[in-house]
Design a protein around this ligand. Structure first.
Ligand SMILES: Cc1ncc(COP(=O)(O)O)c(C=O)c1O
Length: 351
């Protein structure tokens, strides 16, 4: 059952604002941040560099909107470019007036933080590891009129079936599906990005992870036109810079989509290697079926293991700041085989 902490708005709020990027640096090998390595690719850097020539003009988002719309088979009115998916959480929190918002945890913490900042009470539906972090639709309160779920979910790496999520939509509910990592799944199999038939469906996408553009700030919302108009009204003027718009156009092109698909397949193979290596550690458990560019592990004393790993040169993401997890959890980014092997050697020494 969801836990109602509406009387304790600030409980854990600071921890909600912890992110993996604060765990890296100092020459550590980064397994804490889930941005694809060796990105952005050279061709995309060229696109960004060429966009600088137009910086004297205010950005015009029309072409990017059309490109993203075409990529997902939707009209431009159903697309809103944002300053990263993170801006979309704030826009939703400011534009909507939910009576009963439910955030499905463990998941990325910014949606809940944005809702709380806007003064909305938030219920948590915490998925248990024993069930492989799978979502049981019957556990969702029937009066929830705003539901936020990640797919695939950060940090569990669980990919919910599209049908399960589609079944949560209703005329009197906004269902926000955070698909920031959808392009790490080959074929984007469970994505709802192209579904125009589902009432109140809001899909969020990000260019941050696959394209290595965390610093550029670019993502977008896909939703019914009426909802997009409300979110747009909550946006400041010119929220997305012209280089960011150029990136949105470039990464919507067929060649870029093929490159993302190839990267997703490489990630899947590298993840299989990481999982095989982790299986060598009797104390390390993986729940559910990881499907994205990171793996969540449970191991006794993970909080102390994380500190010893840092001394051994590796940064991993602490798990305890995610609602539903605790000190025995770590999130590991999927890296290439040599990096994974070096990490597992360090883990063996540390354990
Ligand atoms: C699940 C998830 N959604 C959204 C975001 C935010 O992405 P962006 O960089 O597009 O704001 C992140 C960033 O860590 C994330 O992990």
């Amino acid at each position: 059952m969801p836990t109602d902490d509406r009387h304790d708005r600030h409980a854990g709020h600071d921890l909600l604002r912890h992110h993996g990027d604060s765990e890296v640096g100092g020459g550590l090998v980064d397994l804490a941040v889930n941005v694809r390595t060796a990105t952005p690719p050279a061709w995309l850097r060229t696109v960004l560099a060429e966009s600088l020539g137009g910086l004297a003009a205010y950005p015009d988002g029309a072409a990017a909107r059309a490109a993203v719309a075409a990529r997902h088979g939707r009209p431009p009115e159903e697309v809103l470019l944002t300053s990263g998916a993170a801006e979309a959480f704030v826009l939703l929190a400011r534009a909507l007036r939910p009576r009963h918002a439910v955030v499905v945890h463990p998941q990325f913490t910014e949606p809940e933080a944005a809702l709380r900042d806007a003064g909305h009470p938030v219920d948590r539906l915490v998925l248990p590891p024993e069930a492989g972090f799978r979502l049981d639709p019957s556990a969702l309160p029937s009066d929830a009129d705003l539901v936020v779920v990640g797919n695939p979910t950060n940090p569990t790496s669980v990919l919910h079936p599209a049908g399960t999520l589609a079944g949560l939509t209703r005329a009197d509910r906004v269902l926000v599906v955070d698909e920031a990592f959808a392009d790490t799944v080959p074929g984007e199999t469970e994505s709802l990005a192209g579904r125009r038939d589902l009432p109140g469906l809001v899909v969020l996408r990000s260019l941050t992870k696959t394209w290595g553009l965390a610093g550029l700030r670019v993502g977008y919302v896909l939703a019914p036109a009426e909802l997009i108009a409300r979110l747009e009204a909550a946006q400041p003027l010119w929220p997305v810079s012209s280089p960011a718009l150029a990136a949105a156009i470039a990464t919507s092109a067929p060649a870029a989509l093929a490159e993302a698909e190839a990267a997703a397949r490489t990630t899947a193979a590298d993840r299989a290697h990481l999982l095989a290596r982790l299986a060598e550690f009797p104390s390390v458990r993986v729940h559910g079926e990881p499907a994205s560019s990171f793996v969540l592990v449970e191991l006794p004393g993970a909080d102390k293991v994380r500190l010893r790993l840092r001394e051994a040169g590796f940064a991993v993401r602490r798990g305890d700041t995610f609602p539903g997890l605790g000190p025995n959890w770590l999130r590991l980014a999927v890296r290439d085989r040599p990096t994974t092997d070096a990490f597992c050697a360090a883990l063996a020494r540390v354990l």
